[in-house]
Design a binder for this molecule. Structure first.
Ligand code: BJW
Length: 221
């Protein structure tokens, strides 16, 4: 693997999707970080489902931006030599044309049945407790990795990082593990592209500040 790119909420900010830690407010009076937990789901599943239903519906109102498009262009040039690892649960990388995208925190467009363990492509709401298309049980939850749950596909990510020539982190605060540690696992040169220095900026060989729609096309081209 030549290049591993890690993306976070900052890459989708200019498409109109809120980030987490510099979010401009609460969702229905709740801190989004408190809603995105297994404990919140156990306490009030309807509330958590509504939070994700709204975010899933919002996907149809946003478009990939110049940063997503630049990464798709890089994949067209590099093919298998590029892996995009994203913490984002939106589908903007795919809609920009990227095909080698690893969603370590899951996807809004997937529903997971906790009864039969099947996953289903999902575009509608879940709060009305629809039955699972596989087993019929009303046990579908957002296919999202919450705090304390194990991120997806870490074996693939670890292998790619250990062998990469360059690791580039885009639009992430470095507040959440394991992604915050990827810079330490990467074997190659490390570069951060972020609006401001992240919590782990000093761990990168180079850190550039600015909006992703400017920094990413400049880096790619
Ligand atoms: C721009 C911009 C523009 C703005 N251009 N930039 C103590 C120590 C160490 C670890 C732990 C600990 N206690 C607990 C843990 C583990 C825990 C953790 O990290 N907790 C922290 C709070 C410390 N992690 C976990 O539990 C994870 N699981 C785990 O570790 O399992 C063990 C295991 C690991 C590996 C192998 C085997 C086992 C699971 C983490 C799940 C995170 N889930 C969430 C919510 C679900 C998804 C969703 O609802 O969307 O994922 S939390 C939330 O944070 C979301 C994000 O993906 C994630 C990261 O946020 P991100 O993307 O960085 O966004 P922001 O808002 O923080 O930052 C945006 C950045 O963009 C900012 O810097 C801006 O400046 C910038 N920006 N506009 C460029 N235009």
């Amino acid at each position: 693997m030549r290049i591993v790119v890690l993306t976070g909420a900052g890459i989708s900010a200019e498409s109109g999707l809120s980030t987490f830690r510099d979010a401009d407010g609460l969702w229905e009076g709740h801190d989004p970080m408190q809603v995105a937990t297994p404990e919140a789901y156990d306490d009030d599943p309807a509330l958590v489902q509504r939070f994700y239903d709204e975010r899933r519906a919002a996907l149809s109102r946003v478009e990939p931006n110049a940063a997503h498009v630049a990464l798709a262009r890089l994949e067209a040039a590099l093919g298998d030599d590029l892996l995009v690892v994203t913490q984002n649960v939106d589908d903007l990388h795919e809609r920009a044309g990227s095909t080698r995208v690893h969603h370590i925190h899951g996807s809004l467009r997937s529903a997971w049945c906790t009864s039969c363990d099947e996953r289903h492509l999902w575009d509608g709401p879940l709060a009305d407790r629809p039955p699972c298309p596989g087993c019929g049980d009303r046990a579908l939850r957002p296919d999202i990795v919450w705090f304390g749950e194990v991120p997806y596909g870490m074996d693939v990510v670890e292998r790619a990082l250990w062998s990469c020539e360059q690791f580039v982190s885009i639009g992430t605060s470095g507040a959440v593990y394991p992604a915050a540690a990827f810079v330490h696992w990467a074997s190659g040169r490390t570069l951060e592209l972020n609006l401001e220095p992240s919590m782990g900026a000093s761990d990168f060989a180079e850190s550039r500040q600015g909006p992703a729609t400017h920094l990413v096309p400049v880096w790619v081209d």
